[in-house]
Design a binder for this molecule. Structure first.
Ligand code: URA
Length: 207
């Protein structure tokens, strides 16, 4: 029986954002590192009070090495601005730090990361949250929400509700839809307005 893959052995002893980012660049904790261009760790300052957690980097993020720089990132920036959340107070990361994809012709198609990859990558997320000690965590979409609250969590049912962390001593957290769900929605305006409504709740929590 093989062990579950884990990034644990790749974490540095001295913890700062810089040391985490440098160590994560060398992470071989699960097989996702190999086909990916690079580790996409995070964007933002250690002083940020709001941490946003997405699923995993997409094609653009994999190429540029930064989270949420593609189409979903543009939606996210617009929504943060509408919710009057100061972007310098936001730290953006993902549940999984490598792009997971399958190749179809010339295109790299996103594949939802599996449970083993999410578990493998969790030591990075834990280290980030330990370091930042944010006032609030916003979970963008089902993968991020399930990473924290387990498989029974339903974003559609429980979005916009500020909750305790499942483990005592953790930050407060709230789930909302993933910005890419806005791009896939039949009515993008309605979906976007819903995302902004949830982020306004986050903004209030930070105020
Ligand atoms: N989607 C995510 O969940 N994260 C990114 O960084 C980009 C797209």
């Amino acid at each position: 029986m093989p062990d579950w893959p884990t990034a644990a052995a790749f974490l540095p002893e001295e913890r700062s954002l810089e040391s985490l980012r440098a160590a994560a660049a060398e992470c071989r904790g699960c097989p996702l590192w190999e086909p990916a261009t690079q580790t996409v760790f995070s964007r933002g300052e250690a002083s940020a009070r709001l941490v946003l957690i997405g699923e995993q980097p997409g094609d653009q993020e994999d190429r540029q090495g930064k989270p949420f720089v593609g189409p979903a990132g543009k939606v996210l920036v617009r929504a943060l601005d509408e919710a009057t959340i100061d972007r310098s107070d936001v730290y953006v990361t993902n549940a999984v730090k490598h792009f997971t994809f399958t190749v179809r012709g010339q295109r790299r198609i996103h594949v939802t990361p599996g449970a083993a990859e999410i578990v493998a990558c969790r030591p990075w997320l834990r280290a980030e949250l330990e370091l930042l000690k944010p006032r609030l965590v916003v979970l963008l979409g089902a993968t991020a929400a399930k990473t924290v609250y387990g498989n029974g969590f339903r974003v559609t049912r429980e979005r916009g509700i500020v909750m305790d962390w499942p483990v005592a001593g953790g930050p407060r957290a709230m789930a909302t839809i993933h910005p890419s769900a806005v791009l896939r929605a039949d009515d993008q305006d309605v979906a976007f307005a819903g995302l902004v409504t949830d982020l306004r709740i986050a903004a209030k929590e930070l105020a």
